[in-house]
Design a protein around this ligand. Structure first.
Ligand code: ATP
Ligand code: MG
Length: 239
């Protein structure tokens, strides 16, 4: 059994609510990062246009690579699946091992490449990462505006759920259900979030001391305010 604690992190919120800013800060000090970046939201990264380009970037420096793959429109699921298979193969030396090098895969606009309607079938490579990526030391960070539009294979395997401002009561309810809180507990302003991890829920705020793409420690983590500790069976916020 591997000793990796690489997780799956779901980041959800309305357009402009702060998702990509949060992820940029969260991965600022990560050494081995690959992003599926359809809208090219990660300007500090080396942008490439094929899975083979990613392979070459990883080969060029196995201990440190920060590369963003821009999929062709309409090819998002196929591209993510092929990318995921590459990462699983590349991480094979660490599979099931007590020690390994962590690799972070960020999937932006996840509803396009891993949609609720047949995402796992369209993108089997990433489905494999959702289920067994931890054993290969692959951490997955998935970003989407609407939780309901993403395949449950990812949602159901999330080890952390980060919720920014939601658009409309339906999305607020879906997000609250995912976190295990009430819709009224969710943030109303951009850049504020609620995070659930191992049954504990806390609030946080993304701040911009420096430009968001700088390699600085995540302000979002340092600003966290604990709200509740406990297990998933007691999901409500204290009043
Ligand atoms: N470096 C920065 N300094 C100040 N504000 C910033 C910076 N980068 C982003 N913002 C602001 O933070 C807010 C959130 O932007 P962000 O790109 O994180 O949203 P998002 O949730 O990813 O939206 P979308 O779903 O449309 O991609 C926006 O109002 C944006 O203008
Ligand atoms: Mg974004």
């Amino acid at each position: 059994m591997s000793a990796s604690n690489a997780g799956r992190v779901g980041v959800w919120g309305a357009s402009g609510s702060g998702k990509s800013s949060y992820v940029k800060q969260r991965i600022a000090s990560a050494r081995r990062v690959v992003i599926l970046d359809p809208l090219q939201e990660y300007p500090g990264f080396k942008h490439v246009h094929s899975v083979d380009d990613v392979r070459q970037a990883m080969r060029a420096d196995w201990s440190g690579f920060r590369v963003a793959l821009v999929p062709r429109a309409g090819q998002e699921a196929k591209t993510l699946s092929a990318l995921s298979r590459l990462l699983i193969r590349a991480q094979a030396p660490y599979r099931g091992k007590k020690r390994g090098k962590l690799l972070t895969l960020v999937v932006e606009e996840m509803n396009t490449c891993f949609p609720v309607a047949g995402g796992a079938a369209k993108c089997p490579g990433f489905a494999e990462i959702c289920s067994r990526g931890r054993h290969s030391w692959i951490e997955a960070v998935g970003v989407s505006q609407r939780i309901a539009e993403v395949d449950t294979r990812f949602r159901g395997n999330c080890t952390e759920t980060v919720v920014f401002r939601q658009k409309g009561p339906r999305d607020r309810k879906a997000a609250a259900d995912e976190l295990g809180c009430r819709p009224s507990d969710l943030p109303n302003e951009n850049l504020s979030y609620v995070i659930e991890k191992a049954g504990g829920i806390s609030r946080g705020q993304v701040t911009f001391g420096k430009p968001a793409n700088d390699n600085r420690a995540p302000a979002s983590n340092t600003n966290r305010e604990p709200i509740r500790k406990g297990n998933r069976k007691k999901p409500k916020f204290p009043t």
